[in-house]
Design a protein around this ligand. Sequence first.
Ligand SMILES: Cc1cc2nc3c(=O)[nH]c(=O)nc-3n(C[C@H](O)[C@H](O)[C@H](O)COP(=O)(O)O)c2cc1C
Length: 247
Amino acid sequence: MKKIIYIFAIFALLAVTGFIFFKSFRGITPRATVANNSELYEKQNFNHADMIQLPSPDTKGKMSLEEALTLRRSIRSYTSEELTLKELSQLLWSAQGVTNERGFRTAPSAGATFPLEMFVVANNVEQLKQGIYHYNPFENTLEVKHLKDVSSDLMRASLSQSMLAEGAAVLVFGAVFERTTDRYGERGERYVYNEIGHASQNVHLQAAALNLGTVVIGAYRDDEVENILELDSEIRVLYMMPVGRPR
Ligand SMILES: Cc1cc2nc3c(=O)[nH]c(=O)nc-3n(C[C@H](O)[C@H](O)[C@H](O)COP(=O)(O)O)c2cc1C
């Protein structure tokens, strides 16, 4: 009997130590590395055969940050020219690109919980069929979700804002709130909204530096947009940014 109690006590001790160890590292471990690469991706049934490797993003540009800040403006009218894959890669990287070996990103994230998932609606992008794609920041790839033209549906769901159909691409900012609220409770919601602001401003400045036009779109019917894009039920769309060459 004594032996059983000893064994039980050792197991309990190991379990408690493991739990404390896990908890203490949660604040610095990019949980999204786990969530993104396995849990979420598996849940969404991405067809890994349909992956597009994006060109490597540049980490040096032609325009200074100060110039980009001065030039940044909401631009709502675009030419019909296509967006290059390199430009799209650069924009996605500016939003959520991985910039160190721990999986940390171009935008800050509360407790490194990384709630954001980027999607692209490709309307007129070099080498991409019209459709909806998911950005994998770890692999720098796009995963094909659905190959279909959603441009006019998206425009209608966004109070007929024509930029959604005219943009060569629309960057969609999705968020899995639970990744952050699991850690921070209700306050985590605020953090997710904060984070969307960081990531979208990065895209705004990156677009300015590439002489591209964009605008943040907050006015749309949430459920309708999420249905059109056929996103997983845990993903909320918090912003959309159409991108094109300024007319
Ligand atoms: C939260 C938020 C939501 C917005 N939603 C829209 C929108 O749905 N459609 C739009 O055309 N502009 C939208 N904008 C862009 C603003 O209209 C724009 O930033 C403002 O007119 C200032 O112009 P600027 O961005 O050129 O400085 C939004 C901006 C913010 C911050």
